[in-house]
Design a protein around this ligand. Sequence first.
Ligand code: PMP
Length: 429
Amino acid sequence: MNHDRSHELFTRANQLLPGGVNSPVRAFKSVGGEPFFAQRAEGAYLHDVDGNRYIDYVGSWGPMIAGHAHPKVLEAVERTMRSGLSFGVPNPLEVDMAEAITSIVPSCEMVRMVNSGTEATLSAIRLARGATGRSRIVKFEGCYHGHGDSFLVKAGSGVMTLGLPNSPGVPSSLADLTLTLPYNDFEAATKLFEEAGDDIAGVIIEPIVGNANCILPREGYLQHLRELCTRHGALLIFDEVMTGFRVALGGAQQRYGITPDLSTFGKIIGGGMPVGAFGGRRDLMSQVAPAGPIYQAGTLSGNPVAMAAGLATLELVREPGFHERLDTATHQLCDGLEAAAREAGVPFHTTRAPGMFGLYFREGPVETFEDAKASDGARFGRFFHAMLERGVYLAPSAFEAGFVSSAHGEAEIAATVEAARGAFAACAG
Ligand code: PMP
């Protein structure tokens, strides 16, 4: 595979952008080598500037659940942009989007649109602190909630990949207000609440952890957190930036039957445009400015073109059977990969939720962050490159979930499993 143009671009980029990229995991740091530069994308495929084609399991890190460049999404964007790119006054699509989110996710009685997942989570904890009058927040080891100061404490995703879970530049006086818990540990949560429950404004969690590979909640764990929060007057915040509209139409809260007080969203609701949102109970959301005193704002929030892309994507995921088909495809892929690993004699395990999956170079089960970290990262790196050579693009980090879209059909999955046979054999030793 030729990568001359990508190499040329990366050389230029390295002089101009820190690490040659605008977001760390894109740089291939943990898997080695250099990233490829995209020329275009369509359906399940990414095409690079050197003319190579890849079956894409990153999907722009989650938004492209209906596949790249879906004609209905492009049509909505083209139609909307002809009327202007941004108005700075309310536009009708913001109301349509708020109606769509609140009707799909009943715990969200009101929402506020923002421009990224990071903005959504940092606004949600400001609201939690403002509404409760408390300062401390609780997060879970290996969970990533964007790059807000309060969240860069034992975080997952790129900070984990690069070994920087506590970032320089975050004042310790702020980081000290973030308490951390091991995900899926019932007793640790109970104990923390016994000790500090009355100081805790909110507990923020990825209900399925997609930023430490992919770890599913133990039976009853999310319910346990719900009960602790209720008992101690803390708010339960589900960060559904990744899981929202994916693992079920109504997200992880629908899949597991839990009602959080606040939720955060991103990725899919923008359909590939920069969008995030936070929402929740009316009495809480009514405290956000200008309805209430807790400040939050954005020049481009509710941008019409972004709303159009998100609304068109939501329409696609609302089609009957969408998530069942996504689930079937995810199982086909993971079953196929596990069988291919067995044939090659490579210790390997997958975790799955509809439309997202984790790959582990170790035997299962994987239920905790410690389990996830025990995966063989060096072997993952070799597998990643062997797959890339065979035209399959996986997340370039052992700590990121993979994504399946509705454009991944039987042909793409069969081709991926075939590539994996060769890739497992190549990294068996
Ligand atoms: N929360 C979760 C669960 C995420 O996965 C991410 C990004 N991967 C974020 C928040 C931050 O979103 P953004 O990158 O749009 O700021």
